[in-house]
Design a binder for this molecule. Structure first.
Ligand code: BEZ
Length: 403
């Protein structure tokens, strides 16, 4: 049983098909994949992502690109077909434990791929550590997942919150901006990205005038924009993503701030959002591990195939989903599809060197990509790469003790 190829975006719970399979499992007819005769059983992949709310588009992009890679491989990884179990996590941390437990305990998936929101990821990491379930994170940057909570069964194909935010301190400072105000949502990703920016910016001599926050996923920015105008910083550092980023960038311009106080931040501010942001985003500088104009064979093929299949431009989230499938493929190929041969799956994934649309990256000891962070400038509907802000940047992985 598989989920449809394109998520509907209206899923609030498991797909009917997944529920039917779960019924079989509960009735005791489930056969663990590694014992299936001739390895005919499909590998069960749990996709736990947001398909509703401000991050819905991000969940769709990850799902689409994951499935694109599998399709490019003829529908099989390591000789095995895949079967998807899909849950909409709604970017709701309060439901994270129940949602991931259903995939692991009820549906008995072989691997969980998720998620986008850092708070939800922390719930998933807790369960993955308790159960030993294999977890591949294709977005959420919570530093802890590959820091103090790192574990042999937890991998990430995206970034830590520290990674894309840190170089922005150097970029702004070198432009001569001596004072900054930060603005973001008050949750793990926003706070960690602000801390990372602050670390880089103040070390060089920059001064933070004020940190502004609003609760996730609120988008009532007016009062905070008025405060920025009265604080008159040299620049503004901001993390928003998805629907929230669209509204923030437009409101910033509408408040008359765009031409007065340079706005920048991790590239989530303008990735997958440019058609909706239009003129309000033009010229913005951001730092991220993907961008437009990467002239490699794999990036050109990826962009072409993605656009042909889904009739939209791929963004950083799609790249991370594509690479999650690449990482799983590597693990499965090493054991000829026997995902139960856990030690060797993990060993192969730990040694990963992924030839990605973003550029080639390697897996750190903490299980997070070591990757180039690009400096990008918005031109039309593109985040044009104008340089490498930080070459082969590894997260410091503070507190990670891999056992
Ligand atoms: C996060 O919550 O970790 C996150 C969400 C969207 C984009 C980037 C990071």
């Amino acid at each position: 049983m598989t989920a449809d190829n394109k998520p509907s975006g209206s899923r609030r719970d498991f797909l009917k098909t997944a529920a039917a399979t779960a019924g079989l499992a509960a009735a005791g007819t489930f056969v663990p994949a590694r014992f299936a005769i001739g390895q005919q059983a499909k590998v069960k992949v749990g996709l736990m992502l947001p398909y509703t709310g401000t991050f819905a588009q991000l969940g769709d992009a990850i799902t689409n690109a994951f499935k694109l890679y599998v399709a490019e491989k003829g529908g099989k990884l390591g000789g095995r077909e895949l079967e998807y179990y899909v849950v909409d996590d709604e970017s709701n941390p309060a439901k994270a434990t129940d949602n991931v437990n259903r995939l692991i305990t009820r549906d008995k998936v072989d691997v969980v791929v998720g998620t986008v929101h850092s708070g939800v990821l922390l719930g998933m990491v807790k369960v993955a550590r308790e159960t030993g379930a294999l977890l591949i994170c294709p977005n959420a940057g919570a530093d802890e997942a590959t820091g103090p909570l790192c574990a042999p069964n937890i991998f990430r194909t995206s970034f830590t919150n520290w990674q894309p935010a840190h170089p922005m301190g150097k970029v702004f400072y070198e432009k001569g901006y001596k004072t900054a105000v930060t603005i973001t949502w008050k949750y793990a990703a926003g706070e960690q990205m602000v801390n990372s920016f602050k670390e880089g910016y103040t070390k060089l001599g920059g001064k933070i005038l004020k940190e502004l926050y609003l609760p996730f996923p609120q988008v009532e920015f007016q009062a905070l924009l008025t405060e920025i105008a009265s604080l008159k910083p040299d620049c503004v550092f901001s993390f928003f993503a998805g629907g929230g980023a669209v509204k923030f960038v437009k409101d910033y311009a509408a408040a008359g701030l765009k031409d007065k106080i340079p706005l920048g931040g991790p590239g989530f501010l303008t990735d997958g959002t440019l058609e909706a942001q239009g003129a309000a985003a033009q010229g913005l500088l951001t730092t991220l591990h993907y961008g437009d104009g990467i002239e490699t064979e794999i990036n050109k093929r990826f962009q072409f195939n993605y656009a042909k299949t889904y009739r939209s431009r791929p963004d950083v989230y799609a790249v991370q989903g594509y690479d999650a499938a690449q990482l799983l493929a590597l693990g499965l190929e090493a054991v000829k599809g026997d995902i139960g041969a856990r030690k060797n799956v993990i060993k192969a994934m730990e040694g990963a060197k992924i030839v990605s649309p973003r550029g080639t990256w390697t897996m750190s000891k903490a299980h997070n990509p070591i990757q180039d962070i690009y400096l990008r400038r918005v031109e039309g509907v593109e985040n044009k790469v104008i340089g490498v802000a930080w070459k082969a940047l590894a997260d410091p992985a503070r507190g990670c003790k891999m056992t």
